[in-house]
Every structure is written in structure tokens, then in C-alpha cells.
Design a protein around this ligand. Sequence first.
Ligand code: ATP
Ligand code: MG
Length: 151
Amino acid sequence: KVTYINYLLEKIVSRMEPIAKQKNIELKLILNEKIQIKIDEGRMQQAIINIIDNAIKYTQPEGIIEVELYKKEKHAIIKILDNGVGIPEDKLPYIFERFYRVDKARSRNTGGTGLGLSIAWEIITSHGGTIDVDSQVGVGSIFYIKLPLEK
Ligand code: ATP
Ligand code: MG
């Protein structure tokens, strides 16, 4: 089904806003242009929610999360930035694996099974897309979902 990814992001962000607000985290949505794309809306919504859910979970109160949509060459890019705890460089290769969690002691009190990112990865790659991450401990993380605009 052809979907305006803008509307999907608006829907997701308004759904996640109350959860962010509980931690006094600002959840910003930056839509630069309208982008139409062929996706399985329900599954893609799940993938994006999993990433925003992490951004909220691994960011301290008063933090900031930005969700941004833009076009780059023949792709739609959804950028999800947070200024949270970050991920050590040597752990980055494993975060998309099933059941992997960076710091079991630290993340015990945040809950979770370590499946969210593996599910997101599966959904995004099955759409012909990719997911990449830039992160720095103590600074934050940026996840990039890249989806092809045409088949
Ligand atoms: P679940 O999603 O199943 O509830 P989870 O959040 O621990 O559990 P994933 O979403 O797969 O599992 O994430 C894997 C690990 O990557 C997390 O445990 C966390 O250590 C790290 N991580 C993911 N996103 C972020 C982020 N935005 N900031 C810091 N660490 C992150
Ligand atoms: Mg998660």
C-alpha cells in the first residue's frame, strides 16, 4: 500500500508523546517534505515505535528526541536522534541481534527483552531498506532508517 510517511510519523509521534512526557522528554517531529512510499504501514509503524521507545527508555529526564524525515538521493530517510546514554562503539555491531542488551545490570531497571531492534531490523530490511546507527556514550544516539523511494 502506498502511504504518506509524513502522516504515519505524525500518528506515531502523537502516540508516543504522552510516554515521553512522563519523563519530561521533548519529542520533536521535523517534516521537511511530503514523501509517498510503498510500505506495510502496520509493520513499519511497529519498527519506528521500537526505535522511539528505545530513545525514550535510554534518555534521561529532560532529554530531547528528534524524529526527522527527508529525501536523500533515491531514498526516504527517517532520522531518530536522542541525547541519551549512548552505546559503546564495541557494542554497536550486536544491538540488532535478538535478545542482545548492552548493559544487563544497567538495563535491568528499564525492562525489556532485547528484541525491539531485531524486529525493527527485520521489518526495515524486508522493505528493501537499511538501518544504521551513530552513537557516543554520554552524548546520544542517531538511528537512520533508509527506505527506497521506488522499486
Ligand atoms: P525491548 O526492545 O525488547 O523491550 P531492549 O530495548 O533492551 O528490549 P532493543 O530495543 O533490541 O532491546 O535494544 C537493544 C539494546 O540496545 C538495548 O538494551 C540498549 O542497551 C541499546 N539501545 C538501543 N537503543 C538505544 C538508545 N537509543 N540509546 C542507548 N542505548 C540503546
Ligand atoms: Mg527496545
